[in-house]
Design a protein around this ligand. Structure first.
Ligand code: ZN
Ligand code: ZN
Length: 148
């Protein structure tokens, strides 16, 4: 969804460098694939789409990229790990629809109305605890159109 621009890769390289990790060609390819995806991808989907990234390397790379907060692991309704670009890198705030039958996870755009209501509710709920809210994550769980 995001631009596959230099800025994205520069920032990814910086975040890895902060952990003394290199932005290898495999890691760059994984970031490129995720930046073009319209939903969180499983490791197998990433490997199938990527240009010659072995599964073993993809596992290790995704762990490092997640540690560096370049990518984020998305919780689904099954044990399959799915990954997407960190929101502050993709610039695409969104929520997820999760099918409890087939496990599919789909991105949905956040509506301005919902975002405003959530910001107000979050502020009110967190204020008493002295908690500062930076972001929220919303997953809607149900049945996708293929499964109904
Ligand atoms: Zn489904
Ligand atoms: Zn939102």
């Amino acid at each position: 969804m995001a631009e596959d621009g230099d800025r994205l890769h520069d920032e990814a390289a910086l975040r890895l460098a902060a952990l003394d990790q290199r932005y290898t060609s495999n890691r760059r390819e994984i970031v490129r694939v995720l930046s073009r995806a319209e939903r969180p991808l499983t490791i197998n989907e990433i490997v199938d789409t990527a240009d010659s990234v072995p599964v073993s390397s993809a596992y290790r790379s995704l762990t490092v990229l997640a540690e560096a907060r370049v990518v984020r692991k998305v919780a689904g309704n099954d044990d399959t790990g799915r990954f997407e670009l960190a929101e502050d890198l993709s610039g695409q705030h969104h929520h997820h629809l999760i099918c409890s039958n087939c496990g599919t996870v789909v991105d949905i755009a956040a509506s301005p109305r919902l975002e405003r209501a959530l910001a107000d509710a979050a502020r009110a709920a967190a204020e008493e605890a002295g908690f500062e809210v930076h972001e929220h994550r919303i997953d809607l769980v149900g049945r996708c159109s293929n499964c109904t």
